[in-house]
Design a protein around this ligand. Structure first.
Ligand code: DX5
Ligand code: ZN
Length: 216
């Protein structure tokens, strides 16, 4: 089955954001991936709700919002106001993850849990049946254009096995260093959704790159 593609606008041209969102509208992208950073959970700050309000207004694709912030539960209503389809929160940022997942669902969004490269897949055992999706970070979050961490392919296999064993319906998304080469291996290992920032926006023809990723 073809993977879903969620291009990350972290690598878009922020001076001409509308142009890039319109390109994504025309493209075969399934979702638009939105990286929110707070300079605390990750060592960088990206953009916040005042900017994203306009992205949400222009986008014809569902929004896949990835919060790299502490206490993401404080912003459930703001993410909902964007009309987000998915709200991704980090396992490492939520001591009461089960409660946050329920709150996201009650707010009418699909809850997803993200794990950092050093967090084992096994930590998801008791939440896997409650989430719409798991996002495996294949770089340390905070920046676009980083090198893919090889062990991530094995983590996708482990997660696929956990999903099968538990009867969960969770999707598997991977984020960081995804390109045609790493993407092909991730899809073979069982990934359903590929996030791609640099691979798409640094490509000569971003729309065609989305098409090629979609064909993996
Ligand atoms: C990293 C972000 C990613 C990033 C991916 O912290 O979560 O979504 O935009 O960028 P690439 O695809 O360039 O590694
Ligand atoms: Zn992301």
């Amino acid at each position: 089955m073809k993977p879903m593609i969620s291009p990350s606008i972290l690598s878009a041209d922020f001076a001409y954001l509308a142009k890039d969102v319109e390109m994504l509208n025309r493209s075969e992208a399934d979702w638009v991936h939105i990286d929110i950073m707070d300079g605390v959970f990750v060592p960088n700050i990206s953009f916040g709700f005042p900017v994203l309000k306009y992205v949400a207004k222009l986008s014809e694709k569902p929004l896949d919002v990835h919060l790299m912030i502490v206490q993401p539960e404080k912003f459930i209503q703001e993410v909902k106001a964007l009309g987000a389809h998915v709200m991704n929160v980090h396992y490492e940022a939520c001591p009461h993850l089960h409660r946050v997942v329920q709150q996201i669902r009650e707010a009418g969004m699909q809850p997803a849990v993200t794990i950092n490269p050093a967090t084992p897949v096994a930590m998801l055992q008791d939440i896997i049946c409650d989430v719409y999706m798991v996002l495996i970070m294949s770089v340390n979050p905070g920046f676009g254009g980083q090198k893919f961490i090889e062990h991530s392919v094995e983590k996708v296999r482990e997660l696929r096995a956990l999903i099968e064993r538990t009867g969960s319906k969770a999707l598997i998304e991977v984020d960081g260093g995804v390109n045609l080469e790493t993407g092909a291996r991730l899809v073979a290992a069982g990934a359903d959704v590929l996030v791609a920032g640099n691979a798409v926006f640094a490509a000569e023809n971003p729309e065609e790159m989305i098409h090629r990723l979609k064909e993996l």
